[in-house]
Design a binder for this molecule. Structure first.
Ligand SMILES: [Zn+2]
Length: 614
């Protein structure tokens, strides 16, 4: 509510700045503005989950008990809370099902498959009881969201305990999560537990699950899992009883209790999700990253020999990936990371990833590079994926490519130009929507993917053009230092870039992410030693320009964008500022000019590069 009033206020302020005289007089009844800082104090909610799960691997149903200690660090009194029940999406007629059957380009893995699930194949979470500090609560299950009526409002700074008992069924795998997928993995368990919705400076985030994105609460997980003794489990937490389990986790002699089930006890500190997978046919290998975490690899031992060889070959490369990200973004903070064959695509989770296991080596490496990079861009820098999908996917894609090209000795520049090309065709397609569109609200799946993965990648690569390569690298590291274990926003990111570079960059964030404005600069005329450039697209940019003189010599120029109030570090000749509103700009060179090239490194996402040279 607070945010709502602020936005109404700023709207009326804007209206009064329109120049109309009658609004100019300030009435004396306006309250005195308090002499306190504005909303610069960051806060985030906190969860401590203790879960006990009893899994029946014959009917794929489980019983859950969950104690959640929830701490309200917000300045607001909370009158309700909400949980996500993601498994309810896998039922005929769910929003996810209907959206998949009505969008023009459905995900080929989903299509109409949900509509065909039988009662013993669907997913569900049925809450049997819920208490707040021991008092029974009423609640409504509305699709994938549990709406909870509190016994007492939760005060700022207060911690309350929610005790829940529920029954659940694992769906046949449709996407990401579920049982018995194409690669034969028994249980891929992501978004499988009643998960408290996040409340942040924008209020509640109770987005229904329509098959796309997430936003979770930071906290600690203590998970006890009772499962058939033949199943090998991998996932988010640190196993607390390795010598009662074995299966490659043991630290000394294995001493298993008797019985049909084993009890796995995991603890995961400072994460915002908990994921696991289990299969009776998992191989489990480990490899230590020097001065880093222990990597775990879980994959089906029943795969063909060449596929098994890929998993062996992957392990050393995964060590290199972990070292690359730790060196170039920030040190990986946990003790372990697990690469797990989940059997469907690839998806990032806390301390682990679930990936397809049976592709080519390049495919296996590529998906591991991407998903591991997500550890930084989502699981440590936990942006809200629903509203800023491009921040985790675009940054991840960029770093995955950067790491992969270094480790496999391929060309990062060539890969980057392929990414630009996809963005260019999207920008010209007439179907582009702003990157800040809610992830569920794109017209086409293809649009959301290009906006997030490709245009997000270009945003970060092009930032090196705008502020200089060294500043871009420093921005990433500072962003990690300032915002890991938090929920940064796009403004937080650009503020880091502004502070590192000393340049004003709000225009870059706004035009690129909140509009579909495009960049198009061109060379209009060369006349002796005069060069006339033109701005054709709406989006502003500073200009790198290489001039070749008639005597064969060349000179690099840099034309600052006036609204940046400064220049990137450059060895080029710095010309006068170009103020955005002026459609043309004249540069007087030192000698007769033969030819001119705008942005010779092709780092600017200029949608028409044909007119960049003359
Ligand atoms: Zn991704």
């Amino acid at each position: 509510m607070k945010q709502f009033f602020i936005s109404i206020l700023s709207l009326s302020l804007l209206a009064s700045c329109g120049g109309s005289k009658e609004y100019a007089t300030i009435t004396p009844t306006v309250p005195v503005i308090p002499n306190t800082p504005a909303t610069s104090t960051y806060w985030q909610q906190h969860v401590d989950y203790t879960m006990d799960i009893d899994m029946d691997v014959n009917n794929y149903q489980y019983k859950g008990k969950q104690t959640l200690v929830y701490t309200n660090n917000s300045p607001d009194v909370l009158n309700k809370v909400f949980y996500h029940l993601y498994f309810n999406a896998f039922q005929p007629g769910s929003e996810m099902d209907v959206r998949s059957r009505t969008i023009a380009d459905p995900d080929g893995r989903v299509k109409d498959r949900i509509s065909k699930l039988g009662p013993d194949e669907i997913g569900y979470i049925k809450v049997n009881s819920l208490k707040q500090n021991g008092t029974a609560l009423t609640y409504d299950t509305v699709g994938t969201v549990l709406e909870v009526n509190l016994d007492k409002p939760i005060q700022p700074g207060e911690s309350v305990t929610f005790d829940m008992v529920y029954d659940a069924q694992v769906p046949v795998q449709i996407r990401r999560t579920g049982r018995n997928n194409n690669e034969g993995v028994a249980l891929s368990m992501s978004q499988w537990y009643p998960k408290l919705a996040e409340y942040d400076y924008e209020g509640w985030h109770t987005d229904p699950y329509i098959g796309r994105e997430f936003h979770g609460v930071w906290g600690n997980f203590d998970v006890t899992l009772h499962i058939d003794k033949n199943y090998v489990v991998g996932g988010t937490g640190y196993l607390q009883n390795p010598n009662e389990i074995g299966y490659g986790y043991e630290t000394s002699t294995v001493n298993r209790p008797t019985g049909d089930k084993l009890t796995w006890h995991f603890v995961a500190p400072n994460v915002h999700d908990f994921t696991w997978a289990a299969d009776p046919e998992y191989n489990h290998d480990t490899m230590q990253v020097p001065n880093g975490p222990l990597l775990h690899f879980l994959y089906k031992k029943t795969m063909a020999k060449d596929k098994l060889d890929n998993w062996k070959k992957l392990q050393k490369k995964a060590v290199e990936l972990m070292q690359f990200y730790s060196a170039n973004v920030g040190q990986y903070p946990y003790k372990q990371y697990s690469v797990i064959q989940g059997g469907d695509g690839g998806m990032e989770y806390a301390m682990c990833t679930l990936i397809l296991g049976e592709g080519t080596f390049d495919g296996l490496f590529g998906v591991t590079a991407h998903e591991m990079a997500h550890t930084w861009f989502q699981f440590l820098l936990a942006t809200n994926e629903l509203t800023n999908y491009w921040m985790d996917e675009g940054f991840t894609e960029y770093f995955g490519e950067l790491a992969g090209s270094q480790i496999l000795n391929t060309s990062f520049e060539e890969a980057t130009q392929r990414v630009y090309k996809v963005y260019f065709s999207y920008a010209k397609s007439g179907t582009e929507q702003p990157q800040t569109t809610h992830a569920d609200r794109f017209n086409f799946n293809r649009s959301s993917s290009i906006a997030a993965y490709y245009k997000g990648y270009v945003f970060l690569n092009q930032l090196a053009y705008v502020i200089g390569e060294a500043n871009q690298k420093e921005t990433i590291k500072q962003y990690f230092k300032d915002w890991s274990f938090k929920h940064p926003t796009r403004t937080d990111f650009i503020r880091v870039a502004e502070k590192v570079s000393g340049l004003e960059l709000d225009w870059y964030l706004n035009d690129w992410t909140r509009t579909t404005n495009t960049i198009d600069y061109g060379v209009k005329v060369i006349n002796g030693d005069n060069i006339i450039l033109e701005r054709i697209g709406l989006m502003p940019m500073p200009i790198d320009l290489t001039v070749t003189y008639t005597d064969g010599t060349t000179e690099d120029f840099y034309i600052p964008l006036q609204m940046m109030r400064g220049e990137k570090p450059t060895s080029a000749t710095i010309a006068a500022d170009w103020a955005w509103a002026y459609p043309v700009y004249t540069l007087k060179a030192n000698k007769a000019v033969k030819s001119v090239q705008i942005d010779p490194k092709n780092m600017m996402a200029d949608i028409n590069r044909e007119n960049n040279k003359m």
